[in-house]
Design a protein around this ligand. Structure first.
Ligand SMILES: Nc1nc2c(c(=O)[nH]1)N[C@H]1C(S)=C(S)[C@@H](COP(=O)(O)OP(=O)(O)OC[C@H]3O[C@@H](n4cnc5c(N)ncnc54)[C@H](O)[C@@H]3O)O[C@H]1N2
Ligand code: MOO
Length: 329
C-alpha cells in the first residue's frame, strides 16, 4: 500500500501531514504559502487554517512502512549521535547535531560514507578531529523525499551500529611544562617568543603552562629539564626550537636518548614538518619547530587538541596528514 490523500475536517487534522502547500492571500500585503506540503499540523494552526477559509484539508495517509521526512531525519540523527552531542527538533525535514561542550569532534568517516550510500539518506558532518565549540552544529541529517521508506532507515540504523558515529570528547585541563632551547634565548641575545604563543594556545583549550625553563643547545641540560617537568607531574612537555638539521639542533636527539618512544620525527604537513611526537613514561613530549611562533596553523595545531582530548597519537595519524597537508611553505 502507498501513501494516499484523505479529506479531513481541520479540527481532526492535528498531527496529520499536509498534502500540499496552502496559500494565504492578504491583499496588497502578502501572497504565499501559509503552510507547506509536509507540514505536520499543530493545534495552534487550526485558527489560521479557518482564517483562510479551510474547514477541510487534504492530509497524507502514511502507509505502513512509510515515514514522514521529519521522523526519518530524527531516526538518522539518533542512530549516529554519541556522547557530547544533542539533537535539535526537526525543522523542514532537517535535524542538527549540536556540541554540548567545547571539545574535540570525533567522526567515523567510513560509516558516514556508508550511511550516505543508502538511497536518498543524508548525513552531512564536519571533518573529524577538529576542535568544536559548545552549541556549534557539527552535523545534520535529512532525507530527500517527503515520504521515505522505513526499510531504508532501518538500513541506516544497521550501518550506524551500536557505537557512536559522532561524538565530542571534552578537553582535559593539562598542566604543561615548556622547555625552550636555543643559546640565543638562553644567553639573552633575543627575547623568547615561544612562551606567550604556547600559553595562549593552551589556555584557549582550558590547559595551563606549569612552567617554562630555558636550555642552551646542550643535550644533557634539555633532558634534565624534560625529566624534571615529568617528575613534577606534567601532563605534557613541549620542547621548543632546535628541531632542524644544524649541528646545534639538539632537541630530537635529546628526546630520543631519554628513552622516550618516538612516534615520529617529521610530519608530512607544511608548516610544521619538523615536529616530533614522542611519549616518555606515558607523557606526550613534543618537539616544536620555529614555525609554531609565527605560523597560525601548523602540525602542532592539528595534534594539540587531539592530545588535550586524551587521544594517543599513532604513526598512522601522522603519515595520513600528507594528503591535504600543504597549507603554506
Ligand atoms: N637545511 C634545512 N634547513 C631547515 C629545514 C630543513 O629541513 N633543512 N627545516 C626548516 C623548517 S621547516 C623549520 S620550521 C626550521 C626549524 O627550525 P628549528 O626548530 O630548528 O628552529 P631554530 O633553528 O631553533 O629557530 C629558527 C628561528 O627561530 C628563532 N627562535 C627559535 N626559538 C625561539 C624563541 N623561543 N623565541 C624567539 N625566537 C626563536 C631562532 O632564533 C631562529 O631564528 O628550520 C628550517 N630550516
Ligand atoms: O616545521 Mo617547518 O615546516 O616545520 O616550517
Amino acid at each position: 500500500m502507498k501513501s494516499s490523500l484523505k479529506e479531513v475536517h481541520v479540527t481532526d487534522a492535528v498531527g496529520r501531514v499536509l498534502a500540499h502547500d496552502l496559500t494565504q492571500v492578504l491583499p496588497g500585503k502578502f501572497k504565499g504559502p501559509l503552510f507547506r506540503k509536509g507540514h505536520v499540523i499543530r493545534q495552534e494552526d487550526i485558527d489560521d487554517l479557518l482564517s483562510i477559509g479551510k474547514e477541510h484539508i487534504y492530509v497524507m495517509e502514511l502507509a505502513p512502512g512509510e515515514l514522514h521526512e521529519n521522523d526519518a531525519a530524527v531516526r538518522i540523527a539518533r542512530a549516529v549521535c554519541g556522547p557530547g552531542l544533542t539533537l535539535t527538533e526537526p525543522r523542514e525535514g532537517k535535524v542538527n547535531l549540536v556540541a554540548g561542550m567545547d571539545g574535540l569532534l570525533k567522526v567515523d568517516a567510513s560509516r558516514v560514507r556508508a550511511i550516505n550510500e543508502v538511497e536518498q539518506a543524508v548525513l552531512s558532518t564536519l571533518q573529524s578531529d577538529q576542535p568544536v565549540k559548545k552549541e556549534q552544529t557539527v552535523a545534520a541529517s535529512r532525507v530527500i523525499p517527503l515520504i521515505y521508506p522505513e526499510e531504508r532507515i532501518e538500513a541506516v540504523e544497521e550501518t550506524a551500529g551500536p557505537s557512536p558515529v559522532l561524538e565530542v570528547w571534552p578537553f582535559r585541563p593539562f598542566r604543561v611544562g615548556v622547555v625552550t632551547t636555543g643559546s640565543e634565548i638562553y644567553h639573552g641575545r633575543i627575547r623568547d617568543r615561544f612562551g606567550p604563543v604556547l600559553q595562549e594556545k593552551l589556555e584557549s583549550f582550558g590547559s595551563t603552562v606549569m612552567g617554562q625553563t630555558l636550555a642552551s643547545d646542550d643535550k644533557d641540560l634539555i633532558q634534565a629539564q624534560i625529566r624534571s617537568f615529568v617528575d613534577q607531574g606534567a601532563d605534557m612537555v613541549l620542547v621548543t626550537g632546535g628541531m632542524s638539521v644544524d649541528p646545534d639542533d639538539r632537541t630530537p636527539g635529546a628526546i630520543a636518548s631519554l628513552g622516550a618512544q618516538v612516534i615520529s620525527y617529521g610530519t608530512p604537513m607544511l608548516p610544521g614538518s619538523m615536529l616530533l611526537v614522542a611519549y616518555y613514561r606515558g607523557i606526550p613530549v613534543l618537539g616544536l619547530p620555529g614555525c609554531v611562533i609565527h605560523d597560525e596553523y601548523t602540525s602542532f595545531d592539528v595534534f594539540l587538541p587531539r592530545i588535550l582530548a586524551g587521544e594517543r597519537i599513532r604513526r598512522e595519524d601522522i603519515v595520513s596528514l600528507g594528503y591535504g597537508g600543504l597549507h603554506s611553505c
